[in-house]
Design a protein around this ligand. Structure first.
Ligand code: ATP
Ligand code: MG
Length: 349
């Protein structure tokens, strides 16, 4: 792990565990004190941590005794089940991992002859990690958010409606080490429900991954009124969504440049709605020079929803509705860039 990444990770862990003693070494970070269940829960939200385990520590010469006492504490008087011993070893040793696993397995069987070993599909697994003369014994691997430590890749600006798509797209970029500036366009009178409140609620949820996440809100209602009038005069109301999105793109490009962000993120997925056809995405990209990242481009809606459920954001996104009242009856799936540029050259918008 790169040193800089590890430093960031340690400072994130420090924010969660307060004064607990931390130690690092070869791809591992140890928290040497007991921490509360709330802190454990929060560790799961730190990007860059793949998993954590609560372990017993001992020296190599104490390993056999400690495994037996660990076993007695955890397994107690349960009987008649299969188990496996998994050993991982680093440093110089005169035994292989398999030899040590067999030795420890034999020791457990000597003390519990009613049990049996099943390496493929055991009822209980015990893990032993040997690092030089230090041993760590555990029986649970708690999966965490994974990905890259917060912010290691720099900043991106997210087009953040608060719907399932933009929430998952934002999460995916965070997951790969981006710090996010979420921007919501408030549709004003064109929001059928409370889109802005939904965006704020989803932002609050995602703060568990990025504490300083702060939603920027841009008012978009007046623009929509103007553009609807102009497009109606030009008889191309079916281009409303494209002009709407192109304005969003232009505004967040400005924010990105001002903040030194390296790109913009959207929740678009190919062909999901009229404004997301390949032809129309080309027209949207044409509005800006900055890279546009669309982490959901190849995913079907059911996959995106499954990801939202796994992240835990699905209910937050769907607990409030939003609908744009400016959407025309039949939005075009193949916009005309020339006409769009003509309309956009109008000084009033
Ligand atoms: P979502 O589930 O994210 O709302 P969607 O399926 O409803 O997306 P669209 O409404 O076409 O699809 O929006 C596509 C993308 O455009 C969104 O994922 C988001 O990135 C951006 N977007 C849409 N509306 C807004 C808004 N009001 N403010 C900011 N970004 C928006
Ligand atoms: Mg939406």
């Amino acid at each position: 792990m790169k040193r800089r990444w590890e430093n960031i990770l340690i400072s994130e862990i420090r924010k969660v565990v307060g004064g607990a003693k931390l130690r690092r070494g070869r791809g591992r970070i140890w928290i040497e004190n007991e921490i509360s269940p709330e802190c454990e829960e929060r560790l799961r939200w730190i990007f860059g941590i793949q998993s954590y385990s609560k372990c017993d520590h001992c020296k190599l010469q104490e390993l056999e005794d400690r495994v037996l006492s660990f076993w007695n504490e955890r397994v107690r008087d349960r009987s008649g089940f299969s188990f496996a011993v998994k050993v991982k070893r680093s440093g110089k040793h005169d035994f292989t991992s398999q030899e040590m696993a067999a030795r420890i397995g034999g020791l457990i069987l000597d003390h519990h002859p009613d049990l049996w070993v099943d390496l493929e599909n055991p009822d209980y697994r015990i893990y032993i990690e040997i690092r030089d003369n230090d041993c760590y014994i555990f029986d649970e691997v708690i999966e965490c958010a994974g990905g890259l430590p917060p912010g290691v890749e720099g900043e991106v600006v997210a087009l953040f409606s608060g719907g399932v798509d933009s929430a998952v797209a934002t999460w995916l970029m965070m997951h790969r080490g981006c710090k996010i500036i979420p921007v919501h366009f408030d549709l004003g009178a064109f929001s059928a429900h409370d889109g802005r409140m939904r965006a704020e609620k989803v932002t609050s949820f995602l703060k568990r991954y990025q504490r300083d996440l702060e939603l920027l809100v841009i008012s978009h209602g007046d623009f929509l009124s103007d553009i609807r009038r102009i497009l109606s005069d030009a008889k191309i109301e079916n281009h409303t969504c494209l002009l709407c999105k192109r304005r969003m793109y232009r505004v967040i490009e400005e924010i990105a440049v001002r903040e030194g962000a390296k790109g913009i993120v959207t929740g678009e997925s190919l062909g999901q709605v009229a404004s997301q056809t390949l032809d129309n995405l080309f027209i949207l990209d044409h509005a800006v020079k900055i890279p546009v990242f669309r982490p959901l481009i190849g995913l079907d809606k059911n996959r995106i929803e499954a990801m939202a459920r796994a992240i835990g954001v699905y209910d937050v996104c769907t607990s409030m509705k939003d609908e744009c009242l400016a959407t025309p009856d039949k939005p075009t799936t193949k916009g005309n860039l020339q006409k769009i540029l003509e309309v956009e050259s109008n000084k009033d918008i």
